[in-house]
Design a protein around this ligand. Structure first.
Ligand SMILES: CC(=O)SCCNC(=O)CCNC(=O)[C@H](O)C(C)(C)COP(=O)(O)OP(=O)(O)OC[C@H]1O[C@@H](n2cnc3c(N)ncnc32)[C@H](O)[C@@H]1OP(=O)(O)O
Ligand SMILES: CC(C)C(=O)C(=O)O
Length: 575
């Protein structure tokens, strides 16, 4: 048995055998220009959900699920859709036939089908397209030295020849079976030097040139040269260098679309794609939510939303991102991660206190600006702490933006009370109540839902009945004189009538209950209506010193005076 010894490094011996791995050797482009370029429009998109995405599923999609996915992609606005590998299985072949025979391909959509460079497979592939209004045939063979040596047992020339022969066969069968329409405006051809990232870039270029020599691209007869990062090999900049280098060396550039097909082995497919677009690529192939072989293809949703968040039209509709996610989850039978950019369950949610505080302030600031300018918030430029886009723009709501657990502070709790119950607690009351909630989360653990926050709030401030409960209130005041007040209160369940006087009803009430031995001083007071209109409920917040303790009370009542007195009672009962 071979035993791998640990590898030494400068620090000593590592438990990881890193010495087995060879650093990637990038193509040399010292005068690269892409780092200063900007992406200012969406590329041409091709969704390969029904091919690369489907071939990598534990349970490949049933025909019904394939159709659901196709319809989703069309509805979202994808104009190029790879619908399968018709020579792989009867299911794939039949699916293409279904689209063609049932006339399901909209006029502005180009389907695409993939084949290896093998005659029997090419013939079958072309047959699947008979009667199609338009389509692209996509041929591939691997150009990397490892594949030439280990998989195909060919020399570089023989490898190039596989691509050339394959292209000739596509043209031959298309002439025969499709009436010579391949190469017309509507029937296209695509070639991929598979494993482009691991290939010698000059060699991959020479194979593409040889394929183009056969195809003879010209105006109205484009060739798509698709340069896959079949396996992502290195940092995103190295892919961008390969793409710029390839584009510079390519002849007939104006009749060739340079296409990207990135995979995500290193977790940087999105970045690699964005840099490669800066390096001059025209087109991107990927899958919704990054499905596909191993770690997946580049994620089309993230790419599109990244453009959107920079003020660029993504050319696809993600206005109901949850619906897109649900459909993809149904078709693939795989869940989308809760932290998936833009679409995950948790990505518009803040749990931690300082984030919640900043988001709450940001959303309030937008509300204020909207009110000042008399426009809906949706018409204002988006700017909010911690939220790169407005969740509403993808059909998500603010409701779930802030969730509360033991990491949360006053901002989150206050946001929940305000958004769910219209209670706008004064700052010190927020701090006080967030400590109450903190005690709850520390004891119970986990998240506390808005319903639980409300029930803790009620129990703490609104529902205490002892020692005092207000039953009736009668006030009288004359100009220049102190307020006179008579109240009926239950004292530990027993009704009593009390009277007091003071500068205002609260002072008169404090005076009235002082006879019961309650030493109360009012330190701060705030009130607001919970809603507009004559029958609105008022909320009163009173900060009191009750004996030695300083604490808040809250009262709700249609009558503002009664609400204030209830707030004082709330503080006394809490004390
Ligand atoms: C990176 C990618 O995602 S590429 C797309 C990959 N997707 C798929 O493979 C899914 C669909 N494929 C299939 O169902 C099958 O591979 C089929 C039906 C197309 C072919 O099946 P089989 O005939 O059994 O061949 P198999 O899958 O084992 O392919 C290997 C053979 O094809 C050759 N081959 C592989 N790729 C290519 C290619 N692009 N062009 C020409 N020959 C190729 C291999 O060298 C090997 O040949 P050998 O048997 O002489 O050694
Ligand atoms: C066939 C090619 C484009 C492919 O799927 C890949 O290289 O990942």
């Amino acid at each position: 048995m071979t035993h791998l010894s640990n590898t030494s490094n400068q620090q000593g011996t590592s438990p990881m055998p890193f010495g087995r791995y060879t650093p990637f050797v990038p193509v040399d482009v010292p005068d690269r220009t892409w780092p200063t370029k900007k992406v200012d429009r969406a590329p041409r998109w091709l969704s390969t959900d029904l091919r690369d995405g489907n071939q990598a599923l534990i349970d490949p999609m049933t025909p019904a699920r394939k159709l659901t996915m196709f319809e989703l992609l069309v509805k979202m606005g994808y104009k190029e859709i790879e619908v399968g590998f018709p020579s792989a299985s009867q299911t794939d072949f039949d699916f293409v036939r279904k689209l063609v025979e049932e006339d399901r391909i909209p006029d502005d959509v180009q389907i695409s089908v993939l084949t290896q460079a093998r005659e029997d497979l090419i013939e079958r592939t072309v047959d699947s397209l008979v009667g199609a209004p338009r389509a692209t045939i996509h041929l591939y063979n691997a150009t990397a030295p490892l594949f030439q040596r280990v998989v195909f047992h060919v020399t570089p020339d023989e490898c190039r020849n596989i691509a050339v022969r394959g292209t000739e066969m596509v043209m031959k069968y298309a002439e025969e079976r499709l009436g010579g329409i391949v190469g017309s405006q509507d029937f296209g051809y695509q070639y991929s030097p598979e494993i482009f990232t691991q290939s010698d870039t000059d060699f991959a270029l020479s194979v593409c040139e040889a394929v183009s020599d056969v195809w003879q691209p010209e105006a109205g007869r484009e060739i798509i040269l698709n340069l896959p990062a079949t396996v992502e090999m290195s940092t995103p900049n190295t892919y961008a260098d390969q793409i710029e280098y390839f584009g510079r060396g390519l002849t007939r550039r104006e009749h060739s679309a340079i296409s990207l097909h990135p995979h995500n082995d290193r977790g940087t497919a999105v970045a690699a794609t964005e840099l490669a677009l800066m390096a001059g690529a025209d087109r991107v192939e990927g899958c919704l939510f990054g499905h596909g072989e191993r770690t997946g293809n580049v994620d089309l949703v993230t790419l599109a939303m990244n453009l959107f968040s920079q003020g660029i039209d993504p050319q696809v509709d993600l206005g109901d991102i949850d619906e897109v996610r649900r459909t993809v989850e149904y078709c693939t039978n795989l869940p989308v991660h809760p932290r998936h950019p833009y679409a995950g369950d948790l990505v518009y949610t803040a749990f931690s206190g300082s984030h919640q505080d900043a988001i709450k302030k940001g959303l309030e600031d937008l509300d204020r600006q909207a009110a000042e300018q008399g426009v809906p918030v949706g018409e204002l430029p988006w700017e909010a702490p911690y939220l790169p886009i407005d969740p509403k723009d993808v059909g998500r709501t603010y409701e779930a933006v802030i969730r509360v657990n033991s990491q949360s502070g006053k901002g989150g709790v206050a946001y929940v009370l305000k958004s769910e119950h219209k209670l706008d607690l004064p700052r010190r009351a927020q701090i006080e109540f967030s400590r109450v909630v903190q005690q709850h989360t520390d004891t119970e653990g986990g998240e506390i839902t808005p319903e639980e926050i409300w029930s803790v709030f009620r129990a703490e401030y609104l529902d205490r009945r002892t020692p005092l409960e207000l039953d009736s209130v009668h006030t009288s005041s004359a100009a220049g004189e102190k307020d006179q007040l008579t109240v009926g209160v239950f004292v530990d369940g027993e009704r009593q009538e009390l009277s007091g006087e003071g500068n205002g009803p609260i002072a008169a009430f404090v005076d009235a209950i002082s006879g019961l031995g309650h030493d109360v001083r009012v330190l701060d007071y705030a009130e607001h209506a919970l809603s507009a209109g004559g029958d609105a409920i008022a909320a009163a917040y009173v900060e009191c010193a009750v004996g030695e303790k300083v604490l808040w009370g809250v009262g709700l009542d249609p009558n503002i005076v009664t609400a204030s007195l209830k707030a004082v009672i709330s503080a006394v009962n809490r004390a």
